[in-house]
Design a protein around this ligand. Structure first.
Ligand code: PEP
Ligand code: MN
Length: 449
């Protein structure tokens, strides 16, 4: 199929929220050149992998698997280094091992990685000391530095998103199939974490339990080869539609369109207007897709989204990622889950305990409290328990490094500590230690479910 036929899949003339103001306009020469380049590049993922993921999400929606999605709020080109990628993978694998053991079910491992380069913003502009410039919209669009040159959108960056995603994905695949992800290795890392006297004691017993289970499996003759590789999927917000459409291709096996920029893409809270261009895009691609649902979402909204995105009720197609805030989750989530369950629609429910819990300190740092994050997850589990539905997974902004961006946790990071190592290009992330603590605490909830 030619690319102009692919373009014809999407409904023309719809409003696309949160798009950059490209120099020369939306039809300008610069953006057309970038899109032409992208259209000629090979897929980053194989459509068959998207189908495999969909089948696994279908299992999770039925209560037979747990979803773990994590990574940066905003990936940057500068942080696509071996160390940074390795530390993120390592963190997610460590979390997954703990969750898997205590949930007694498979964990679907998904990175906010290899494509998470574009950000929606509350304001188009940012003003500092009387100077107003375009807001930073992610490395896909412009640069974080506060100068006119840096903040001017540059469509050529979309090609760099592709190249950086390809390099990241290549290393992710190498790490997750080449021996780095061996379950015994992952367990050794977790033992190290749990033996840290500052915060580990609480988790040591849990880690020891996993160790004994591993020894038991080996003594029972379980093939250690089975420990060596893991499935790991890529995901990002489908925000910049020129990029996502340029990477939408017709799958040779099925004749159907897939967004091959990643395995799973989601539509954000700010772009999920039912009659908008992002929802039209999501409706037309075959990938498993997610929708973020904030506290203003009504049951009618949720049902209308299901009707638009999954009219055939295809298992695994749709994931609702709720981000209500710790103070609202117990009040707002029940009506949504109840209405969707009664409708018979199959969706996976995932908790994003990050985006409803952000605040700014008096010193100007955007942060989140570890306790609020945990409280929202706890509320999510309580609601699903009450309604008899599956708390299907978690969606976390995290990094594998020892940053100081969220307050609290066993290291007791204070607001005054934030200045020490605050490195995010957008929202505050849990650091390596906070991420593992969260995994152990969620594992306890899964065990006690
Ligand atoms: C995000 O996931 O970084 C994000 C912007 O989320 P939301 O759309 O839920 O605000
Ligand atoms: Mn974010």
């Amino acid at each position: 199929m030619t690319s102009s036929r692919i373009d014809s899949i999407f409904t023309p003339g719809l409003v696309a929220a949160q798009q950059p103001q490209w120099p020369g306009g939306a039809d300008g020469e610069q953006i057309r050149k970038a899109v032409d380049t992208l259209k000629k590049l090979p897929p980053l993922v194989f459509a068959g992998e998207c189908d495999n993921l969909k089948a696994r999400i279908a299992e999770a929606a039925e209560g037979r698997a747990f979803w773990l999605q994590g990574g940066d709020c905003a990936e940057t080109f500068a942080a696509a280094t071996a160390d940074s990628i390795r530390n993120r993978i390592k963190t997610i694998l460590q979390m997954a091992a703990v969750l898997q053991y205590f949930a007694s079910m498979p964990v679907i491992k998904v990175g906010r990685m290899a494509g998470q380069f574009a950000k929606p913003r509350s304001n188009n502009d940012e003003t500092r000391d009387g100077v107003t410039l375009p807001a930073y919209r992610g490395d896909a669009v412009n640069d974080l530095a506060f100068t006119l040159e840096s903040r001017t959108p540059d469509p050529q960056r979309l090609v760099q998103v592709y190249n950086t995603s390809a390099a990241t994905l290549n290393l992710v695949r190498a790490f997750t199939t080449g021996g780095f992800a061996d379950l015994r290795q992952v367990h050794e890392w977790n033992k190290g974490f749990a033996s840290d006297p500052r915060f580990g004691a609480r988790y040591e017993q849990l880690a020891n339990e996993i160790g004994r289970a591993l020894e038991f499996m080996v003594s029972a003759g379980v093939d250690p080869e089975a420990f060596k590789t893991v499935d790991f999927y890529s995901s990002h917000e489908a925000l910049i539609l020129e990029y996502e459409k340029a990477l939408t291709r017709i799958d040779s096996r099925t004749g159907l369109p897939y967004d091959v920029s990643g395995h799973f893409v989601w539509v954000g809270e700010r772009t999920r207007q039912l009659d908008g261009a992002h929802m039209d895009f999501a409706a037309k691609i075959e990938n498993p897709i997610g929708i973020k649902l904030g506290p203003k979402t009504t049951p009618e909204d949720a049902l209308a989204m299901i009707a638009k995105l999954n009219p055939e009720n295809e298992p695994g197609r749709l994931t609702f990622i709720t981000r209500m805030g710790a103070g609202l989750i117990r009040e707002k989530l029940p009506a949504l889950v109840d209405a969707v369950t009664k409708s018979g629609a199959k969706v996976l429910w995932v908790c994003d305990p990050m985006h409803g819990n952000t605040y700014e300190t008096s010193t100007g740092y955007k942060t989140r409290k570890f306790d609020d994050v945990m409280d929202e997850v706890r509320g999510f589990f309580e609601v699903h328990k009450k309604l008899g539905t599956h708390p299907g997974g978690i969606h976390i902004e995290l990094t594998g490094d020892d940053v100081t961006e969220c307050v609290g946790g066993g290291e007791q990071i204070s607001e005054a500590d934030l200045a020490g190592r605050y490195e995010t290009a957008c929202d505050p992330r849990l650091n390596h230690t906070q991420s593992l603590e969260l995994a152990f605490l969620v594992a306890e909830m899964l065990r006690d479910r």
